[in-house]
Ligand binder design. Structure first.
Ligand SMILES: O=c1[nH]cnc2c1ncn2[C@@H]1O[C@H](CO)[C@@H](O)[C@H]1O
Length: 321
C-alpha cells in the first residue's frame, strides 16, 4: 500500500519560482497540500495572496485554503525589500492576469499554521519559500508550535557562499533576519536549503523549450511567466538558464533523498553590513569561549543536491499536467 501523503503547507511569496514549486507540489502524489500561507518578498503580501489564489484557480484547486500572512517584519518593520526586478511588477512575469474570484480565509497565516499543527501533531511539513515572519509569529504566539509542527523546510541562507542580495545575504533571510534567527534557534525540526545548493539546479533554455513544446497545462502557463525570470538571470548572472530555488526546496521536502545535509547551530546576523548573513557552527570544535551558538538546538543544512534528478522531476511532473 502506498504511504499516506505527507501534509504540506506552503508559505509563499509568488513569485515565478514559487508558482513552479506550488504546481510541482500539486502534481506530487507523495504530498497533500493542505494550505498556502502568504508573505512579502518577491511581491508585497497583498499581491502574494492574490497570486496564490490565482495560481490555485489556474490549477483548479480552489478547495485549498489561502491564509494571508504578515505585511510587516517581526520587528514591525515596513521598509521591505521587494524583488519585483526578478519576477516582474505583478510577481508573475508581467502577464496582466485577471484578479482571482476566490478569497483568502479569515484566519491569519500564523493562526492557520498553529491550528493545523494542533490538528495533526507531528504530521505537517511547512515549506517556507519567503522571509520567515509567519513562522516566527507562530512560534511566538504558541510556544508548543515547534514541537507540534512536523518539519520546517525553508529556502534560505547562503552557507559559505555569497548571497544574492549582496555578498553577505540571501534574499529570504535578508527580508526578515530577526524572524529567521527566531526560527533557526527555536528547536523545531528545520531543514535549510540555501542558495549554495539551489544554485546548482539550473533550468536551461533547452529545458524551457521542451516544456513549451509539451502539452502540459502547468508547463504552458510557466513558460509564459518564465520569460522575465530568464531575462533577469541573463542580466544579473550572464547565464542562459535560471536557478530553481523554490522548486528545489519543495522537492527536498517531497523526496529527502534528493539532497544530503549536515547538522549544526545556525545564527543570523541581524545588524550591520552583514545583516542577513547565516553562519553555521559545524560543531567540530569545542570552543573555550561562551558564544551565541552555545546551547542552541541544531538544525539540518543541505550541502549537496542531485541536480539532474531535480530537473528531471520538474520536467516530468510539469509536462505531464
Ligand atoms: O537577485 C535576487 N535578489 C532578490 N531575490 C532573488 C534574487 N534572485 C532570486 N531571488 C528570489 O529570492 C529567493 C532566493 O533567494 C527566490 O524566491 C528567488 O526567486
Amino acid at each position: 500500500m502506498a504511504a499516506k501523503p505527507k501534509k504540506l503547507i506552503i508559505d509563499t511569496d509568488p513569485g515565478i519560482d514559487d508558482a513552479m514549486a506550488i504546481f510541482l507540489a500539486l502534481r506530487s502524489p507523495e504530498v497533500e497540500v493542505i494550505g498556502l500561507t502568504t508573505i512579502y518578498g518577491n511581491v508585497y503580501t497583498t499581491l502574494a495572496t492574490r497570486n496564490a489564489l490565482h495560481l490555485l484557480e489556474i490549477a483548479g484547486r480552489t478547495d485549498i485554503p489561502v491564509a494571508e500572512g504578515s505585511h510587516v517584519t517581526i520587528t514591525k518593520g515596513t521598509k521591505l525589500r521587494i524583488a519585483d526586478f526578478v519576477h516582474g511588477a505583478d510577481g508573475l512575469g508581467n502577464q496582466n492576469f485577471p484578479p482571482p474570484n476566490s478569497k483568502p480565509i479569515e484566519q491569519s497565516a500564523a493562526d492557520f499554521l498553529i491550528e493545523q499543527a494542533n490538528l495533526y501533531p507531528g504530521e505537517v511539513t511547512v515549506v517556507a519559500l519567503g522571509p520567515l515572519t509567519n513562522i516566527a509569529l507562530a512560534i511566538e504566539q504558541d510556544p508548543s508550535f515547534v514541537k507540534k509542527i512536523g518539519q520546517v523546510v525553508l529556502l534560505g541562507g547562503s552557507f559559505s557562499v555569497n548571497g544574492n542580495v549582496n555578498p553577505a545575504a540571501e534574499a529570504n533571510i535578508f527580508g526578515d533576519p530577526d524572524a529567521a534567527d527566531i526560527v533557526f534557534t527555536s528547536g523545531a525540526d528545520i531543514l535549510a536549503v540555501g542558495i549554495n545548493v539551489t544554485h546548482q539546479v539550473i533550468l536551461t533554455d533547452a529545458d524551457r523549450d521542451k516544456l513549451a513544446q509539451s502539452g502540459g497545462k502547468f508547463a504552458q502557463y510557466l513558460c509564459r511567466i518564465l520569460e522575465v525570470y530568464f531575462a533577469y538571470h541573463h542580466e544579473a548572472y550572464s547565464m542562459r538558464g535560471v536557478y530553481l530555488h523554490d522548486p528545489t526546496a519543495i522537492l527536498a521536502a517531497i523526496n529527502p533523498s534528493l539532497i544530503t545535509y549536515t547538522e549544526g547551530v545556525v545564527r543570523v546576523q541581524t545588524t550591520g553590513i552583514t545583516r542577513g548573513l547565516t553562519i553555521l557552527y559545524n560543531m567540530q570544535k569545542r570552543y573555550g569561549e561562551v558564544s551565541e551558538w552555545c546551547d542552541k538546538p541544531a538544525v539540518k543544512v543541505a550541502v549537496t543536491v542531485d541536480a539532474h534528478a531535480v530537473i528531471q522531476l520538474v520536467m516530468d511532473r510539469l509536462m505531464d499536467s
